[in-house]
Design a binder for this molecule. Structure first.
Ligand code: NAI
Ligand code: MG
Length: 395
């Protein structure tokens, strides 16, 4: 395979701190790639009215591979206020650039592995029936539909008359007949059968390849019948080709309750966009939280890898960065998997595992400290020290 070119998009806040660390790790691994920087984030919204400039789309179109840090998003009105004075009132509307990239490149799959790293003090523990303490080994991989559902962006406050008229053909709209349009907000949950089939097919392939015994569709088909129902139906069709893998179905609310009861029972989980976001944060919370939650956005011929966390602006400008780089580093590891750089990915994952298990070097979140510049004095590793320790273990 020819040498890949990785489009690096640090974005905002701590996205910049952690992306730099992932690049150091890739270099230490001897990963042979070209890197090209791309602009994305708040600065470009403020100064250009577009947080995802066309030149960034062009670079991704050319190279089809990206590493993304994080961006800062703000509500529409706040975003509009912060636009440069010369851009104000010209109709610019803020859109999250990461959601924009997922949609533009049809990155249908968001894959979020949530695996226990033994020795992580943030691992979930619970009481056993005899009063003892158990630490279940979680090994869940969430497949979140990444482009449709409630995040598709088909929504209105004060819907136009033709939208209202169309909705009123549905008998259930009668409940809202006396509400003036100006007082109505509508966000559409749209699922398409091809996307439902695609994600379930990919999830079963993954489960098959990695030896998972179950695939769970986590939705709410008893209430949200049409959309959740479609995903479930697609999963049933696909499941028929994999008789050795069980198909389970859970409701998102019950799943969140069972999160702490029996998280070790689940394997691959498929959800729509919104519920996938929720259930993946839930499982991530059992295995280290935002400091280690990693993810991949994957389409047919383009993929972007990013930590699950955001730009954590309050920690962005510390003289010594304290945030945990592991989420970003494991996201880079997912990129290596995607590129079939299996040996390097395994070496990296093993190194991260060893550093966590050893417990000698921990970022503030792993010590359960409140983030502040003082955490370094309290024995927490800096972002850079954590990376150095991981690099040391690669040798
Ligand atoms: P956040 O993920 O940025 O931070 C929440 C808290 O999690 C932080 O205050 C910190 O305590 C902890 N945290 C996050 N990353 C960490 C790390 N690497 N190491 C240690 N602790 C870490 O979420 P928040 O505060 O809700 O949002 C901040 C900004 O980020 C917002 O503008 C939001 O829209 C944006 N955001 C962007 C995302 C993305 O780029 N994909 C995802 C989530 C939020
Ligand atoms: Mg989220």
């Amino acid at each position: 395979m020819s040498k890949p070119t990785v489009v690096t998009m640090p974005g905002d806040g701590i996205g910049k701190n952690v992306l730099e660390e992932a690049l150091r790790v890739l270099e230490a691994l001897g990963f042979d790639a070209n890197y090209v920087h791309a602009d994305v984030g708040w600065e470009f919204w403020v100064n250009e009215g577009n947080p995802l400039p066309q030149r960034t789309i062009d670079l991704l179109t050319e190279h089809r591979l990206g590493l993304f840090g994080a961006i800062t998003s703000k509500p529409k009105d706040r975003a509009a206020q912060e636009l440069a004075p010369e851009l104000q009132g010209k109709g610019y509307v803020y859109y999250s650039p990461i959601v924009g990239m997922r949609q533009h490149f049809n990155l249908q799959l968001c894959i979020r592995p949530c695996r226990t790293f033994p020795g992580n003090p943030l691992n979930f523990v619970r009481r056993s029936a005899d009063g003892g303490i158990e630490e279940p080994l979680v090994d869940v991989v969430i497949f979140r539909q990444n482009t449709e559902g409630l995040y598709a962006g088909v929504e209105w406050t004060d819907p136009p008359p033709e939208v209202r008229a169309a909705l009123e053909t549905h008998t259930k709209m009668a409940a809202f007949k006396d509400v003036p349009s100006a007082e109505l907000a509508i966000s559409c949950r749209i699922f398409s059968l091809p996307a439902c089939r695609y994600i379930t097919q990919k999830a079963f392939e993954y489960a098959d390849r990695h030896g998972y015994k179950s695939v769970t569709v986590c939705e709410k088909p008893n209430v949200i019948r049409e959309t959740s129902g479609m995903l479930r139906k697609a999963a049933k069709e696909v499941a028929a080709k994999y008789p050795h893998i069980q198909l389970w179905s859970t409701n998102i609310d019950a799943q969140m309750m069972w999160l702490t009861k029996n998280p070790e029972d689940y394997g691959v989980i498929i959800s729509g966009n919104m519920f996938g976001d929720i259930v993946s944060d839930g499982f991530a919370g059992l295995v280290g939280g935002l400091g280690s939650a990693n993810s991949a956005n994957i389409g047919e011929d383009c993929a972007i890898f990013e930590p699950t966390h955001g730009s954590a602006p309050k920690y962005a400008d510390y003289k010594v960065s304290i945030v945990n780089p592991i989420a970003m580093i494991l996201s880079a590891c997912m990129m290596l998997d995607y590129l079939d750089e299996t040996e390097k990915a395994t070496r990296l994952r093993t190194a991260v595992e060893a550093v966590i298990k050893e417990g000698r070097v921990r970022c503030y979140d792993m010590m359960k400290l409140t983030g502040s510049p003082d955490v370094i004095q309290q024995g927490a590793a800096s972002t850079e020290q954590m990376t150095d320790t991981i690099i040391e273990k690669l040798k």
